[in-house]
Write a protein that binds this ligand. Structure first.
Ligand code: UD1
Ligand code: CA
Length: 462
């Protein structure tokens, strides 16, 4: 039987160079904490337990990831990566294999990690290395007889390395997998008699070699898979790499992107066939775009489903809403949480809709606020219509029946109901229900005063 997998994520570091009060691993990449990306990988690999070693920032880290079914272990003082692992060892089962990941290395593909786990399950030590043009600062992989194909004998940290060792371009990513009982054995023997006075996890490589455990190295497909975040510049760099990966996958699946470099997905974006997205759009949370959906430039969509054939024009913001088929939204529309638009709905410029249901074929073309409203089919809302849903203390609903025509500059003071087929004259302030099929208006009768003249400016006496 294969040993179960447990994953250990080191995340206690301060991240001084981030110049922030927020623990480094909580800084966001694609709208999610760095640590969240690593936790996602742990879940994707089917870890039986995922253990996070935290330290800097106190309880902020466990609090931020409270929903993720994680084991948290506090490393109150950071005495090195070996010391960090040691804190978590009591939480790990003897008969498991442990994969060590880092909370500040967010973009590793699971395909890169699987062979390491397999090596550990086969009784070896799986080690992820990478060959860099500039290896300075990293731990170097020392191989027997100095040859590329030679067996790994140990890892030497940059600060402890000789000039000859510093010339080695193959470096330690820090990511490794090994039988937990071996880890427990070797970690107990670590010493801190090195340049940094730290307990180095990397020293277990020499332990493994001494105990006859084979070291199997793997390299990632891309160098950036093993890059850590130490500064805002590196965070921005990895964000671009990640966004480019997402954009390339969308292009691959047939989505038209006017410019893959000007797209931001902070969550998941699922698209049907023949979807087209113009520049500078931001997608947050879970967004689903049906077949043939077109999104104009500079739109922000968060937790939205958009059904087939709908066109969203430029500068439209949609948050937590359900958009039906062949709608036409924008430019400059704002759709707020709790809104559901049925089929063939039109929402035009400077229209805000909140917590409302709009049925088939209804149109709100210009400059309106529709809040807490149930609107029927084929309703026409004139420009400048406002539902007055708030009395200063409570919210009230407006109900508008099918085939209603609302004239421009109308206020509907909720709670109020407009019967089916009713017409409201322009400028109406509706405070009582309007009966079905009738014209209702609250306008003062238009009069003309014959011979009226405009006032003239009085001459000042000097
Ligand atoms: C480590 C490796 C080095 C490797 C490099 C890759 C060791 C001794 N060295 O060096 O071989 O090339 O990573 O980036 O392991 N951490 C804790 N608690 C601690 C110390 C560190 O949680 O007490 C965490 C940090 O938050 C960080 C990670 O471990 O995420 C790496 O620590 P860091 O101090 O950056 O190690 P390096 O010196 O870069
Ligand atoms: Ca580091």
């Amino acid at each position: 039987m294969q040993s179960k997998l447990e994953i250990l994520i080191l995340a206690a570091g301060k991240g001084t160079r981030m110049r922030s009060d927020l623990p480094k691993v909580l800084h966001q990449l694609a709208g999610k904490p760095l640590l969240g990306h690593v936790v996602d990988n742990a879940h994707a690999l089917g870890a039986a337990q995922t253990c996070v070693v935290y330290g800097f920032g106190g309880e902020a880290v466990p609090q931020a990831l409270a929903d993720d079914k994680l084991t948290f272990v506090l490393q109150a003082q950071q005495h090195g990566t070996g010391h960090a692992v040691q804190q978590a060892l009591p939480a790990l089962a003897d008969d498991s294999v442990t994969l060590v990941l880092y909370g500040d290395v967010p973009l590793t593909h699971t395909a890169t990690l699987r062979p390491l786990v397999a090596a550990a399950q086969a009784g070896k030590l799986g080690l992820l290395t990478v060959t860099l043009a500039d290896p300075s600062g990293y731990g170097r992989i020392v191989r027997a007889s100095g040859q590329a194909g030679g067996k790994v004998t140990r890892i030497v940290e940059h600060k402890d390395a000789t000039d000859a060792e510093r010339a080695i371009a193959e470096v330690n990513t820090g990511i490794l997998a090994v039988a937990t009982r071996h880890l427990k054995l070797w970690i107990a023997t670590l010493k801190n008699d090195n340049a940094q006075g730290e307990y180095y996890l990397t020293d277990i490589i020499a332990c493994a070699v001494a105990d006859g455990v084979e070291i199997e190295t793997h390299q990632p497909a891309y160098e950036w898979e093993v890059l850590g975040v130490n500064s805002k510049a590196q965070l921005a760099q990895l964000e671009r790499i990640h966004q480019n990966e997402i954009a390339q996958a969308l292009l691959e699946s047939g989505v038209t992107l006017m410019d893959p470099a000007r797209l931001d997905v902070r969550g998941t974006l699922a698209c049907g066939r023949d979807v087209a997205i113009d520049v500078n759009c931001v997608f947050e949370g879970r967004v689903l775009l049906g077949d043939g959906v077109q999104v104009g430039a500079n739109c922000v969509l968060r937790n939205v489903t958009v059904a087939a054939g709908t066109r969203i024009d430029a500068f439209t913001l949609i948050d937590d809403a359900e958009i039906g088929e062949i709608n036409r939204l924008g430019p400059f529309s704002r759709i707020r949480p709790g809104t559901k638009l049925a089929r063939d709905v039109h929402v035009g410029n400077f229209v805000e809709i909140k917590n409302s249901q709009i049925d088939d074929g209804s149109k709100i073309g210009h400059l309106s606020y529709i809040g807490d409203t149930t609107m029927g089919k084929q309703v026409n809302i004139g420009a400048g219509t406002i539902t007055c849903n708030y009395d200063g203390a409570n919210k009230h609903r407006t109900v508008i029946g099918d085939d209603v025509f609302v004239g421009s500059d109308t206020q509907l003071v909720a709670p109020v109901t407009v019967g089916r087929g009713a017409t409201l004259g322009a400028g109406t302030t509706l405070t009582k229900d309007a009966p079905a099929g009738e014209l209702t208006l609250s306008r003062v009768k238009q009069t003309t005063i014959p011979g009226w003249t405009r006032p003239v400016k009085l001459k000042k006496e000097s």
